[in-house]
Design a protein around this ligand. Sequence first.
Ligand SMILES: [Ca+2]
Ligand SMILES: [Ca+2]
Length: 393
Amino acid sequence: MLSSCEPQLRLFSCSVILLLLFQASDAKRDLKSACITCQQITENFNKGFDRTAKQNFGGGNTAWEERKLSKYEKSEIRLMEILEDLCESSSFECNRMVEEHEEQFETWWFKKKTKHPDLHKWFCIDAIKVCCPKGTFGPDCNACIGGSERPCHGNGVCDGDGTRGGNGKCSCDHAYKGEFCLDCIDGHFSEVRNDTFSLCSECHSSCKTCTGATNQDCDECKEGWEKDNQKACVDVNECAKDSSPCNEDQYCLNSEGSYSCKACDDACTGCTGAGPDECQACAQGYQDVEGTCTDIDECSQSEPACLKEHQECVNNKGNFICICASGYEEKDGECVQQSGWAFSLVKTESGAGRHEPIPPNLSSPYSLLVHHRLAHKYLHGPDSSYPSDPLQP
Ligand SMILES: [Ca+2]
Ligand SMILES: [Ca+2]
């Protein structure tokens, strides 16, 4: 029993169990990622090989330098320089793989390089067996579905292709489906098809399914399209139907395979298109002027629009408003002479803003000093004396 274990032993047992669980769940992914790591290592090896070819050559061409160079070319020093730069220091898996197989690199460098110049094949596939040749997958490097020459018949990606992992099944490219990626998906038709080759092309945009490329080759039309006399799929004009599919304050705009509803102009009550000249009737506050619904200027009619005393009329699009004239304010629905003080954000001499009381009918531009004198009297009474600095009373 674990509970009867010595603490150290218990810790050890737990670690082993966790490690086994971890390994089991990650084994499948590891097989693929180990190959990717190995691939990167061999790519970096080739880069390092090119880099060191230039590095230790001073550019001279004396016999001594050339002898030195040829000695360096196949030297252990050069191998070590290449091995040093194979992995990012943060990549645990890469560094582990290089350390674990350092001897393999030496073997290849000194004995196998001439006969087996492809390091990826020699190292990743044949020596440490973490990769497979292209078009094959899994522990035994079996051929992908569709064969190793053209996995998935050239229309998809084979799971685990080139690694010791995966299951060899195909993820088909767009337009293809089926275990072998030879069938066409909906909206596509087969141009060429035999046991090993398939070419699927897109149907005409009006077809749901089809046998060819034009709108006459549709088996079935897409929504928004219908067959005409020649059995071709053509656009349905939704806007020409007896009952419009749009709301009353919208007009209908037909499009290929669809339609849209757009808002009428503000000047219209119902419309047949965009703008105030496409109205079925003019909205309230507008009148027809030569076929265009135009705002009525209520303020310039012979009959005054605003009837109360001291009112002014302001025209707006589609309506008008009555406001109290300058110096008057609204009180209980009437315009009465302004008596109170308003507060306004004014700019002080220092450039800052502050709320100051302003007297009624004070028209700008006005003297800041006069304003402050008035403000001071408002705050401290009409008989108060005015301080020297208006901004710091
Ligand atoms: Ca349409
Ligand atoms: Ca108006």
